[in-house]
Design a protein around this ligand. Structure first.
Ligand code: GAL
Length: 389
């Protein structure tokens, strides 16, 4: 072949390949959009308000997320849970409750966006939501496209009224629709751990998946869920998080030490931090629990490696989480009914001479003696420290 002909051929081939790539490539796949590179942070209406949701509540919550300082420390999503939807239109489009959301979801999204925040919504993969509103079964693609058209940024998908359905098959329908949607949408799978979603959640496009049944505002329930999470670390990574359910901090059912346990454990677990209290009327103590930026930095550590339990005896547990800077977060948890001194052998994390140990709740540097860090831990409380290499 002459050089001239080979040049023409090369140009032609180049054109064909580049243009065919353009033709066959779907709109940015969910994985290319690199969503939830750290665990999602925000708020959700369910734990405090249940079905009592409205556009007024969502607007006021967005306002409060900014004015309380929560936005400044990383909280971003304002998520409407169950009960916003009432019916389907003749063409199958989901309809928001016209009394509670008179301006519609799109206008609400615009408002939330104007505050520099993002809007989340809720549906169910089954025939009805848990509160018997219309589910998304057989409307998977239509509903995702509706949310995208409304400029929604996050969707939580529940698993009520899904008898006989396979979660991996059903959730994949949403994952595929989200990958093709006109805007990036964080995909939160909420099937309470049925059929181990940590094994297939990432494969179907999930950014997080609930690992357990619902939390409630008691130390018993919160700790039962939180402390049962050891062993799931290998399934979590940037973009794909285990979700032990939303926060109860500030709802009044636990003491400050118990809520500190809740926050510290969720941070070690690299769990989504979705506040579940009334942001419009927080006490100073609640605000401090939710906006402790040293604790949040553990949850949001860029390495994205979930922590695990390294020791347990008689209601005392030690958990560690490796961090991007080579250090570790260490939680000394006292689940027993009385205050006790606990200690941690720094050899366990291979940092016998740390450059610094920081108490994350007390905001002060502390020290180790003879290669161990020791501290008094209140009943149902935690000593939560960051050990620097
Ligand atoms: C549950 C879910 C809760 C909440 C509730 C709404 O299945 O786990 O987080 O969304 O449904 O009805």
């Amino acid at each position: 072949m002459t050089t001239r002909w080979s040049k023409i051929l090369a140009v032609l081939l180049g054109f064909l390949t580049s243009s065919s790539i353009l033709w066959i490539q779907p709109k940015a796949a969910a994985s290319d959009r690199a969503l939830a590179q750290t665990p999602p942070m925000g708020w959700n209406s369910w734990n405090k308000f249940a079905c009592d949701v409205s556009e007024k509540l969502i607007r006021e919550t967005a306002d409060a997320m900014v004015s309380s300082g929560m936005k400044a420390v990383g909280y971003e999503f304002v998520n409407i849970d169950d009960c916003w939807q009432v019916s389907r239109a003749a063409d199958g489009t989901i309809v928001a409750d016209p009394e509670r959301f008179p301006g519609g979801i799109k206008a609400l999204a615009e408002y939330v966006h104007s505050k520099g925040l993002k809007l989340g919504i809720y549906t169910d993969a089954g025939r009805m939501t848990c509160q018997k509103r219309p589910g998304s079964y057989e409307h998977e693609v239509q509903d995702i496209n509706t949310y995208a058209a409304w400029d929604v940024d996050y969707v939580k998908i529940d698993w009520c009224f899904a008898e006989g359905l396979d979660p991996e098959v059903q959730y994949k329908k949403f994952g595929d629709a989200i990958a093709r949607a006109s805007r990036p949408i964080v995909f939160s799978i909420c099937n309470w751990g049925v059929k181990a979603p940590w094994r297939w959640g990432a494969r179907v496009g999930g950014n997080s998946w609930r690992t357990t049944d619902d939390i409630n505002d008691t130390y018993d329930r919160m700790s039962l869920i939180g402390f049962s999470q050891s062993g799931l670390a290998e399934f979590s990574s940037p973009g794909h998080w285990n979700d032990p359910d939303m926060l109860e901090v500030g709802n009044g059912g636990m003491t400050r030490d118990q809520y500190r346990t809740h926050m510290a454990l969720w941070a070690i677990l690299a769990a989504p931090l979705l506040a579940g209290n009334d942001l419009r009327s927080m006490t100073a103590e609640t605000k401090e629990l939710l906006t402790n930026s040293e604790v949040i930095a553990i949850d949001q550590d860029p390495k994205g490696k979930q922590g695990h339990r390294v020791w347990e005896e008689g209601g005392l547990e030690t958990w560690v989480r490796p961090l991007a800077d080579g250090g570790y977060a260490v939680g000394l948890f006292n689940r027993s009914g009385q205050a006790i001194q606990m200690s941690f052998d720094l050899k366990k994390i291979g940092i016998e001479h740390p450059s610094k140990i920081r108490d994350l709740w007390e905001h002060k540097d502390v020290s180790a003696e003879n290669g161990a860090y020791a501290a008094d831990v209140p009943r149902f409380g935690v000593k939560f420290v960051r050990v620097y290499k």
